[in-house]
Design a protein around this ligand. Structure first.
Ligand code: NAD
Length: 347
């Protein structure tokens, strides 16, 4: 892979590789944009099959954070980091501290938080080495795990999209299939059940399925089938690129809204969804609750202010869906235009 050509780096301004032999750390931090302020985005700890796969993921994720932070009205650019390896096997305090020193070397250009495979405990270890970290526990002056805020944002977007699609925001009896019941998915299922929705869940990690079934009485579906269930709404809350030419054809729903980052394998998958008359709420709009939550920590955390901003994602979703209809474009394109207009106005 080339390094400096604009096409290869997708316009990113910084890509930092960090390794620490003593702890086994192998990490990549990517900053896509600082047009609106310091880059903000979480750290994914994942057993990538290759370094190239990790690079591909971090570049896409940090680009997505530029759009997400801009669309959410935050004064932050886009950045993201990946740590390569299985967190259940290699994660230690020493490794997370070495990672903290890597973040510190960027002098505040990048601020981190949790993502897949990282927790508030990890952020506390990181905070031993750098102040450029959010999502530490409330006991340590942070705002804790951002996942409940992310779940609330996805739920608010879902309610708005259901209202837009069916002319009523009532969720009772609506069938929702949730792919991935980890930190976000589990909290989101709780909100759905409370609102009267009929929920199906699927996850590759059986203990996560068991917990959702036990806590909420929802129905488990084999993880290979969950996306294709006959439902009103599919909510991808696991990994990215699950909506592609092959899977979209097999969807059996009217709406897609979920927390997973980069749900579309390619931008033209948004056209495929539209052609099948499926309303797609752009992931970077629906899942901004977590970053809204952690960004607030940098300004003296106020839980009520966060709640208001996160619930406002419903209004934003409605505006984007209406703007897409008016302009005859996909909601994805409408959301990208909105985010880019904000960046252009500020730069
Ligand atoms: P998590 O690791 O806690 O949960 C992910 C769950 O998905 C796990 O239970 C895992 O077993 C499951 N999973 C993985 N691959 C699967 C597959 N192919 N089929 C079914 N299940 C699968 O992660 P999380 O923090 O809940 O994040 C979920 C998604 O939401 C990720 O894409 C993440 O980037 C995104 N997101 C999270 C936050 C947040 O606040 N945590 C914020 C914004 C976006």
């Amino acid at each position: 892979m080339g390094v400096f050509s604009s096409a290869d780096r997708d316009g990113h301004t910084h890509v930092l590789y960090g390794a620490d032999d003593a702890s086994g750390l192998k990490a990549i931090i990517a900053i896509h944009s600082m047009a609106l302020g310091p880059a903000l985005g979480g750290t994914r700890f994942y057993p990538y099959q290759s370094d190239d796969e990790a690079l591909h993921d971090v570049l896409r994720l940090s680009q997505g954070m530029t759009l997400k932070n801009a669309a959410a009205g935050l004064d932050h650019g886009g950045g993201k980091a990946v740590i390569i390896g299985d967190p259940r096997i290699i994660k230690t305090e020493a490794l997370m501290r070495a990672y903290g020193r890597l973040i510190e070397s960027l002098g505040g250009r990048y601020v981190t938080a949790e993502d897949v495979g990282t927790t508030a405990q990890d952020m506390e270890w990181v905070s031993g080495e750098t102040k450029w970290v959010t999502g530490t526990s409330t006991a340590h002056g942070g705002s804790g795990d951002p996942s409940p805020a992310t779940a609330l944002g996805v739920f608010s977007s879902l309610v708005a999209a259901v209202d837009y699609t069916y002319g009523s925001s009532d969720l009772s009896g609506r069938r929702v299939a949730v792919q991935g019941v980890g930190k976000v998915g589990h909290a989101y299922v709780g909100l759905l059940v409370e609102a009267g929705a009929e929920v199906l869940v699927g996850d590759i990690w059986q203990p996560a399925v068991d917990r959702a079934v036990e806590d909420f009485g929802v129905k488990a579906v084999p993880h290979e089938e969950i996306l294709f269930a006959d439902v009103d709404v599919v909510s991808p809350c696991a990994m990215g690129e699950v909506l592609n030419a092959e899977t979209i054809e097999r969807l059996n729903c009217r709406l897609v809204v979920g927390s997973a980052n980069n749900q579309l394998a390619h931008d033209d998958d948004a056209d495929r969804l539209l052609a099948q008359d499926i309303v797609y709420v752009p992931d970077f709009v629906a899942n901004a609750g977590g970053v809204i939550n952690v960004a607030d920590e940098l300004h003296g955390y106020d839980a009520e202010r966060v709640m208001r901003k996160v619930q406002a994602l419903g209004e934003r979703t409605k505006d984007i869906l209406e703007s897409a209809r008016t302009l005859s474009i996909t909601p994805n394109e409408a959301a990208i235009r909105m985010a880019m207009a904000r960046i252009a106005a500020a730069s």
